[in-house]
Design a protein around this ligand. Structure first.
Ligand SMILES: [Zn+2]
Length: 190
């Protein structure tokens, strides 16, 4: 099978809004500088962002104009928490988290869901802004957890354990669920 592909690059670097040594790529993909990968021991691949057009200009612009508010990327892994409608299983919104451990370590030994305190202690940066989230993510993979879109509670197979809303569409096991801490709930305005 031959895939149809656009000729040449159809993207360019844009200044980052949150993370230092980082740039946006066409507001859809996010890159890191090669030097970032030589100084960090985070998950992610290196070398693929070196040829993005205007990346040097984007880095200089962000540093000059709002450099003081850019933060260094020191988190190990990235996680999306999807707040879903219990009835339909449809995502209502998301929280995005930079972790001080691998996402897989959060699940170690859990069957009923990730303990709230374990997630809260691991969360170094949290946002509900998709543009900022993409900078937090960089080129890491993304692991997803689920919580109730009504109250932020964790799910059993049949209900939200917090507000008791019945699950109409059981798409995922309770092991992938988490109850949001008050700190994370405040971030989504709950
Ligand atoms: Zn609920």
């Amino acid at each position: 099978m031959k895939w149809i592909q656009k000729p040449g690059p159809s993207y360019a670097a844009l200044p980052s809004v949150a993370v230092a040594s980082s740039f946006q790529i066409g507001w859809r993909y996010r890159g890191r500088t090669p030097s970032f990968f030589t100084i960090q021991t985070v998950t992610g691949r290196r070398g693929e962002d070196e040829s993005v057009p205007f990346s040097e200009e984007a880095l200089v612009y962000a540093k000059q104009h709002w450099g003081a508010q850019l933060i260094e990327d020191t988190w190990k892994d990235f996680l999306e928490i999807i707040l879903e409608d219990p009835q339909t299983g449809v995502a209502k919104s998301s929280l995005y988290v930079g972790l001080n451990c691998l996402a897989s370590e959060l699940f170690a030994g859990t069957t009923l869901g990730v303990p709230t305190q374990r997630l809260d202690e691991a969360a170094m940066v949290v946002t509900h802004d998709a543009v900022v989230a993409a900078e937090y993510k960089g080129r890491r993979g993304s692991y997803a957890l689920y919580a109730c879109g009504i109250c932020g509670g964790a799910f059993s197979n049949t209900r939200c354990r917090r507000c008791n809303a019945r699950r109409g569409q059981v798409l995922l096991s309770p092991a992938r669920s988490v109850e949001l801490s008050p700190r994370l709930l405040r971030l989504v305005g709950a």
